[in-house]
Design a protein around this ligand. Structure first.
Ligand code: UDP
Ligand code: UDP
Length: 469
């Protein structure tokens, strides 16, 4: 170790190790496809844990391996894990923990795979980096959220050390900016929380990685990316490759029009920029009371809308009827101008539609990068975890607006339908917001074009893998 995956010794074989949840799997599969493309030409395997937590992940993996034979599957069998140690914990965090405890099993797996480099997920970093070091295998981390969040992850252990057990307040990330207390992920206010323990351990170990890849681009997050690179956040921090926005992988390309899902056919029939797309991602449920108010708000806004409703954390558990969730008569009243679904939509196909004018988003980082690539304004309604930090990036960059007073998981109260309707009407009518979002799209296109900052970052990463292999 390391050995090159290619007989000629020219092509590095990169093993990718995502953790759990679509927010992590999606950018990993995008990176996998990008690395196998002719421009970069690496051999790629994706370490896969089956069964997955959600059905969305299992459908995604099947589509990835079916559509992209150049990406190989490497089965990672986890050790037995007793979840009863963490009663009530989020099923995705439990999978992180099960994977972390199985890290010693990676040694033989990677040795057998003739890997020349490993790219792991932030949630696994502190346990996987030592295994790779032991094998003398170069190890990188793909950070699946914003560079601002990465800077917080790197700085947070030092913040806690200096804070000597005091309550977590605003965190001033050196060289970046001050992240207000209210934007710090909920769990990080509780030192004993499973997520916090993992987050701090990962943050401490990151400096030992051979490099960090982040799904962002220089013009989008100039402060955080430069501060990570110039050592302001942490002295001697490894190279940071800003490779975003990673291009979506279309599994439905070439499908005849009659096989298009009904929501795409409906969107195609709507006037340009007339539809509000509403989605809070794949990970979290919204309370029933808040869902009702959102329904009232969308109806009162008078605009067309496509709304993906999620009422449970894991999709397999979702059995509630839409009519029961949204209130009597709602679906009938909005028929023709509103589409509501509980199923999975191909979001990257949705965001490409000309009829979409606004994205009400929880600001999961993949959603933000997809909106940036499509020049689609966001009305940010972060709910949980890293989403307020990401919403801060949306507001700073001009990609959209953030209604900061809107509630956050764990806070009292619901946002009223009237409030939502008013805001939707205002942002839909705001030409300045729209123009700024298009500027972000132009900058994103420049970054990923041949010679752009993100294109060059991927090329530098591949070169470093070659040099180290
Ligand atoms: N997504 C999708 N259809 C859905 C819900 C989500 O295609 O119905 C995709 C979305 O495009 C994004 C990913 O799943 O690529 C979700 O990641 P994100 O970081 O936006 O949010 P998370 O789900 O992790 O909160
Ligand atoms: N994260 C991190 N360190 C960790 C685990 C997660 O920095 O040890 C980041 C992760 O990239 C994301 C945020 O913390 O920005 C929330 O992670 P989670 O997996 O809960 O969110 P998801 O992306 O699945 O919505």
């Amino acid at each position: 170790m390391p050995t090159s995956g290619d007989a000629s010794g020219a092509l590095p074989h990169v093993v990718l190790l995502p953790s759990a949840g679509m927010g992590h799997l999606v950018p990993f599969s995008r990176l996998a496809v990008s690395l196998t493309s002719s421009g970069h030409g690496c051999g790629v395997s994706v370490a896969t844990v089956l069964p997955t937590v959600s059905s969305a992940e299992s459908a995604h993996l099947e589509a990835l391996f079916g559509a992209c034979p150049a990406v190989r599957r490497l089965d990672f069998h986890l050790a037995q894990f007793d979840a009863s140690e963490f009663p009530g914990a989020d099923p995705f965090f439990l999978r992180f923990e099960a994977m972390r405890r199985s890290a010693p099993l990676l040694g033989p797996l990677l040795a057998g795979a003739s890997a020349s480099a490993l790219v792991t997920d932030i949630a696994l970093a502190s346990v996987v980096i030592p295994v790779a070091k032991e094998l003398r295998l170069p190890c990188y981390v793909l950070f699946t959220a914003s560079a601002a969040m990465l800077s917080l992850c790197v700085h947070f252990p030092a913040y806690l050390d200096a804070n000597a057990g005091g309550p977590v307040g605003d965190v001033d990330v050196p060289g970046v900016y001050r992240i207000p207390k209210a934007s710090i992920p909920q769990a990080l206010h509780h030192p004993e929380h499973l997520f916090t323990r993992q987050f701090v351990a990962n943050g401490r170990e990151l400096a030992k990685a051979d490099g960090l890849l982040v799904n962002s681009f220089d013009a989008f997050e100039p402060e955080a990316i430069s501060a990570l690179r110039d050592g302001s956040v942490a002295v001697g921090f490894p190279p940071v490759f800003s490779v975003g926005p990673l291009a979506p992988v279309s599994f439905s390309a070439g499908e005849p029009a009659e096989n298009q899902p009904d929501y795409i056919r409906w969107l195609e029939a709507q006037p340009a920029r007339s539809v509000v797309y509403v989605s809070f991602g794949s990970r979290k449920a919204i309370s029933k009371d808040q869902l009702r108010e959102l329904a009232v708000g969308l109806e009162a806004s008078g605009h067309r809308f496509l709304w993906v409703v999620k009422s449970t954390i894991v999709d397999r558990d979702d059995e509630a009827e839409l009519s029961e969730l949204l209130g009597e008569g709602f679906l009938e009243r909005v028929q023709g101008r509103g589409m509501v679904t509980k199923g999975w939509v191909e979001q990257e196909e949705v965001l490409k539609q000309e009829s979409i004018g606004l994205f009400i988003s929880h600001c999961g980082w993949n959603s933000v990068t997809e909106a940036a690539a499509n020049g689609l304004p966001i009305l940010a309604w972060p709910r949980f975890g890293d989403q307020r930090v990401n919403a801060g990036v949306v507001a700073r960059s001009g990609l959209g607006v953030w209604e900061e007073r809107w509630s956050w998981e764990g806070e009292e109260g619901v946002v009223s339908g009237d409030n939502i309707a008013e805001k939707v009407k205002a942002v839909m009518a705001d030409e300045t917001v729209r123009k700024k979002a298009v500027c972000v799209q132009d900058a994103a296109a420049k970054a990923v074009a041949d010679g752009g900052t993100s294109y060059s970052s991927v090329a530098q990463f591949v070169q470093q893998c070659r040099d180290l292999s």
